[in-house]
Design a protein. Structure first.
Length: 179
């Protein structure tokens, strides 16, 4: 008999390769899937379509986690402190609505928790938090080559210069939550 309390969270903080790499390092995380959400284009979007900025979708990750090990609140705090939630429609050099900071809630309880977490974290940032909080309507899984991207491509330039520093920040700020 399992004592697990499996839940799902969906959010975007810029490039999904970065957020996926961060969450794969945490205790209680069962699975992380890169994908797209929040758009209005018909059908399943492709990476190329999402990158155009014309679909309205954001690059997101869907995290399956054991809430008995890591709470939804902790998941959100880690999300909010490992990207810049004060940059509108961008993260670093990645610019466009597809890179927006967004929390897609799955139910009213997640919405309430997200609102509280953002309010609690606001004083720690020099600028206003612009993270969108929206209901999850549909999640589209990204193409296979985007899954486990950092693990499979850690020597690639983007990984070395963008993702590795984010992982170092994670390890410094949230060492107690690491696997």
């Amino acid at each position: 008999m399992s004592n697990k309390n499996i839940q799902t969270a969906t959010f975007g903080g810029g490039c999904f390769w970065c957020t996926e790499a961060i969450f794969l390092e945490l205790k209680g995380i069962e699975k992380v899937v890169s994908g797209y959400s929040g758009g209005n284009a018909p059908g399943k979007p492709t990476y190329r379509e999402v990158c155009s900025g014309l679909t309205g979708h954001a690059e997101v990750i869907q995290v399956t986690f054991d809430a008995n090990v890591i709470s939804y609140e902790d998941v959100l705090v880690i999300f909010m402190t490992t990207h810049d939630p004060t940059q509108l429609n961008r993260q670093g050099a990645d610019v466009g609505t597809q890179y927006r900071s967004v929390i897609f809630y799955h139910d009213d309880k997640q919405k309430e928790i997200a609102e509280v977490v953002l309010e609690q974290l606001a004083p720690y940032f020099d600028q206003k938090i612009v993270t969108e909080i929206s209901p999850l309507e549909i999640f589209y899984e990204a193409e296979d080559y985007h899954q486990d991207y950092y693990r499979n491509n850690s020597e690639q330039g983007y990984c070395s210069f963008v993702i590795t520093p984010k992982l170092q920040k994670l390890r410094k700020l949230h060492a107690d939550k690491l696997k």
